[in-house]
Design a protein around this ligand. Structure first.
Ligand code: BJW
Ligand code: ZN
Length: 254
């Protein structure tokens, strides 16, 4: 980790007006949440096409719910780390700082809600891939926040829609599913308006999320990456800060 790059990135961020932060699973790694790819990643033991697609849910909803129930209960015990806290502070204290997250673990919301219980909706993260703690109908528009354990013993014990009796499913975005168009448009809008986009803890492999920092670049802004490893975005970054987000974000964020 280059101390001079961190100091230069901090100086840069301190002197701009509009900041967007794009986060991925790596930001929660120091909270004990497994990432998706890489060492110890969730996809090491499960193939994504087996579990995170609408086809997988149609083929074996019990197996998919078992995996999500396991993750929901494990992640419910995790606490925000210094990276989440630094982001929450920046978003609360600077109206022109926005967070866009791919994370479904709710830890950004937790950090922000604790710091600013009456935060405005504009201060909350733009959440691209949904939430582990929201469930919705696989057929109709019914959805609700839900943290209860799901009994995945058999298909008969899975939760059903109170309105149409179809199976309820996790309220996340699976491969091949469209992201909410309003949420995505908002993310691209704040990225295009930003002077700096800080990209932290994402492998930048999954689109359209990975294209969001390019909107900042296209409008003349700068990208700073925070990640122990190189990613496809690294070549676009003015600074690639190689280290843990829980250590670097508290230093560079205003
Ligand atoms: C640390 C650290 C520390 C570790 N500090 N860092 C363009 C090109 C190619 C393909 C496509 C394309 N556009 C669309 C596609 C298809 C597909 C896609 O992107 N495929 C690629 C994989 C090839 N995209 C989609 O299908 C999307 N939908 C779509 O495009 O719809 C189009 C459509 C339009 C109209 C109608 C119908 C369709 C949907 C994508 C949904 C992604 N969903 C998931 C699962 C969510 C639910 C769940 O959790 O189960 O979202 S996949 C998974 O990946 C999850 C994550 O949000 C996402 C990104 O992962 P992330 O966050 O980057 O994590 P990792 O693990 O990959 O990386 C962690 C990083 O942290 C690493 O780099 C580490 O080094 C680092 N790290 N410790 C800082 N301490
Ligand atoms: Zn329904």
């Amino acid at each position: 980790m280059s101390e001079s790059d961190i100091a230069a990135a901090r100086e840069l961020v301190a002197n701009v007006d509009r900041i967007v932060i794009l986060t991925g699973a790596g930001v929660s790694a120091e909270s004990g949440v497994p990432t998706f790819r890489g060492e110890g990643g969730l996809w090491k033991s499960y193939r994504p096409e087996e579990l995170a697609t609408p086809q997988a849910f149609a083929a074996d909803p019990r197996l998919v719910w078992e995996w999500y129930d396991m993750r929901r209960s494990a992640i419910a015990l995790c606490e925000p780390n210094a990276g989440h806290e630094a982001i929450a502070r920046a978003c609360v204290e600077h109206a022109s700082c926005h967070l866009v997250t791919q994370n479904v673990d709710g830890l950004h919301h937790l950090a922000l809600g604790r710091r600013a219980p009456s935060a405005s909706p504009d201060q909350y993260p733009i959440t691209l891939h949904g939430s582990l703690y929201r469930i919705r109908c696989s057929c109709c528009a019914f959805a609700r926040d839900d943290r209860d354990p799901v009994d995945s013993t058999s298909v008969q014990t899975l939760p059903r829609c109170p309105e149409c009796d179809a199976l309820l499913r996790p309220g996340v975005v699976w491969f091949g599913e469209a992201l909410d168009p309003d949420v995505l448009a908002h993310a691209f809008e704040v990225a295009a308006a930003a002077d700096v986009c800080i990209v932290a803890g994402t492998s930048a492999l999954v689109h359209p999320a990975a294209s969001i920092p390019l909107a900042t670049l296209d409008s003349g802004g700068i990208v700073i990456e925070v990640n122990p490893d190189e990613t496809p975005l690294s070549r676009h970054a003015r600074y690639s800060l190689r280290g843990a987000s829980g250590e670097i974000l508290p230093i560079i964020l205003p």
